[in-house]
Structures are given as C-alpha cells and as structure tokens.
Design a protein around this ligand. Structure first.
Ligand SMILES: [Zn+2]
Length: 199
C-alpha cells in the first residue's frame, strides 16, 4: 500500500497550498519542508492538479537540473509567502519578491502558446513533460491570477499561532478562521477548553 500523502490540500488554491508545503515556517525548531526532493515536488504538483500524472511520470524520468529547480521552487514559495503575508497585513509587497515571481512569469510566457484542440483554443505549455521547471510556470501563473483577482482579499492565515497556513476563505460570511477545522480548529479549541478547566 502506498504511504499516506504528506500534503493536506486544504487552502482552496494551489498557490496557497504550495506556500503551505513549508510546515511550521515560523517555528524554526519544528520547520518541516514537505518537498525536500524534486520527486516530492512532482508529487505535490500532481496531487494539487498542477500537472497530470503522465507529465509527472515523464518528468520523473527526463527532467534535468533537478537540484537547481528545487532551490528555485523553494525561493518562489518563500517569495509568495511574503507577498501574501504583506497583503494580509495591508503592507506593500516586497519589491524583491515580486521580482522573483516576475522572473518565473517571464519564463512561463516564453514557454506557452495558444493552440487549437478539438475546436477549442487553449494554452499549451511547451516542454512541460521534460523541462524540470515546467510545473513552476503553472504555479507562478496561478499565483499571479490570484494576486490580480478580487479573491486575493479572501486570503487568510490560519488562526493557530503554530500553524499560520494560508487559505482562501470561501465561506459564506467570510468567517473561516482555521486552515482546517480538523487539523487546527479542534486542537486550538481543545487547548482553550483545557486551559479553562485548569484555572
Ligand atoms: Zn492551521
């Protein structure tokens, strides 16, 4: 049997799920990178629907420069985290971080073109099945779409101090506080209850 996935895709948006792959980011002694290898990065991209299983298996065999792309993925992830964090706090986005995102978007733009398929025109990514950086083009694109949409106002940080995962609050009255009720909400509630009953 295959081991359980390390990824909890609860953010409601792939760019935010990507940011959440550095777990316990704000607690250095507990920080866990859920994509420590290029293979795990591919697994995340496949499970999050960024690439198909067939692209993932092709990349697993053919991708070059894996270490460099993994470093670049981690750099993009931290840049996105700081950009969204600034938005949540109503602060200006750090210029260097937008530059990192822009460089991925430029590379993405160079590798896509419109093609017709079965009477429909859509984007086609050239070399997605063999270019190690291909999945990052799609993540950068998805992040840019979110950043430039009105939905960006619904990006929140989990109310658990130790978690602080990002998510898109799609609840009706925009009152969602936890990345996931099971993962964090219940834990925090249980702790508060425990503290109350102790005092
Ligand atoms: Zn949480």
């Amino acid at each position: 049997m295959e081991e359980a996935s390390p990824f909890k895709l609860v953010a409601g948006h792939v760019a935010l799920d990507f940011v959440n792959t550095l777990d316990y980011r704000y607690q250095p002694e507990r920080t866990v990178d859920l994509i420590p290898t290029y293979e795990e990065f591919l697994r995340f991209c496949m499970e999050a629907g960024v690439i198909t299983a067939s692209d993932a298996s092709s990349l697993r065999q053919r991708a070059q420069r894996r270490e460099a792309v993994l470093r670049s993925a981690s750099e993009l992830r931290e840049a996105l985290e700081r950009i969204f964090d600034a938005i949540i706090r109503a602060l200006p986005s750090p210029a260097g971080d937008l530059a990192i995102l822009n460089s991925h978007l430029k590379e993405a733009a160079q590798n896509r073109s419109l093609t017709e398929n079965g009477g429909r025109i859509g984007w086609e990514w050239e070399g997605l099945e063999e270019n190690a950086a291909g999945p990052l083009w799609l993540i950068a694109e998805a992040a840019a779409r979110l950043l430039t949409s009105e939905e960006v106002e619904l990006v929140r940080q989990c109310g658990s101090e130790t978690c602080r995962w990002l998510f898109l609050d799609a609840s009706k009255n925009h009152s969602r506080r936890w990345c996931d009720m099971k993962l964090c909400g219940n834990r925090v509630k249980a702790r508060k209850h425990y503290q109350r009953t102790r005092t």
